[in-house]
Design a protein around this ligand. Sequence first.
Ligand code: NAP
Length: 308
Amino acid sequence: MYDLIIIGSGPAGLSAAVYGKRAGFDIVVIEMNPMSGGQVLNTYEVDNYLGLPGINGFDMGMEFKKHAEGMGVKFANAKVSRIENIDNDHFNVVTDDDSIFETKSIIIATGAAHALLNVPGEEKLTGKGVSYCATCDGAFFRNKSVAVVGGGDVAVEDAVFLSRLCEKVYLIHRRDSLRAAKMLQDRLFACGNVEVLWDSVVEEIEGNEQVESVKIHNVKEDKHETKAVDGIFIAIGLNPNSGFVRDIVECDDGGYIIAGEDCVTKTPGIFAAGDVRTKGLRQIVTAVADGANAVASVERYILDKQQK
Ligand code: NAP
């Protein structure tokens, strides 16, 4: 019986593992992908993590894992298929190959995946001008032309953010009105170098080694055009990786596990850390902070149970 099982080995999960070891827990991290790091691995360069300016995302993931391994954290490579609550006393974590891990508590740190456009060129040019994070990668496009896809808060915030760095920003949105908050829209329309391409969808992202242009279809006027851009930021929402636990923890309409800064979910003994939980800012630094907060909550939970 483990004290704590951590599901996921991105920044939140690995931070929780380090804090968990320091708390003296017997723990195992179950990771689906043997290359720990989560979304960080796909980030060309991380320039906003304090003390490590310009670190390569892959190297950062490896450093995080090395830290956890150096503290003696055990890893298991498996996909978790479900969690079973055993008499409100402990949990069985069941994996795809029918292995069962028994534990007193669980931190879910499975993250979220950026929704994909699924258009030609997107996969090939990811990290080569196609990005899903303006705050991470925007600085690489200083004085260049970029496109942002989407009409929600993130797309509009990204377009405003990029307008300060880039010469020209196209916001490509599939409808004739934005979903983003009014205040954000006001900020967007005040930017002189942002052009909104309404009723438009991306047909293809073009380029050999780097993004060079984007093919757009105006669905209302049935017109096709190509815009020369150096980068394209896709901000059409996130998909939290919570499908396997929706029967045991409460999630919001978007599938995020409902939990506050303390990472406590509505199911005693199960905690949620990082991008998979409801939160305002999904960044490496906030995921790492969640790992620490989640373990502090696990310590309180286990102590309370022992005293009962
Ligand atoms: P979102 O609100 O779900 O918006 C996604 C946008 O992408 C929508 O405009 C949608 O178009 C468009 N879209 C979806 N699928 C598409 C596709 N296949 N092709 C083209 N366009 C597509 O997602 P988000 O902007 O990432 O925000 C996520 C959540 O975080 C939201 O609840 C948001 O309010 C919140 N958030 C809040 C703040 C803030 O309060 N400052 C900041 C950031 C995020 P339609 O409009 O046509 O559906």
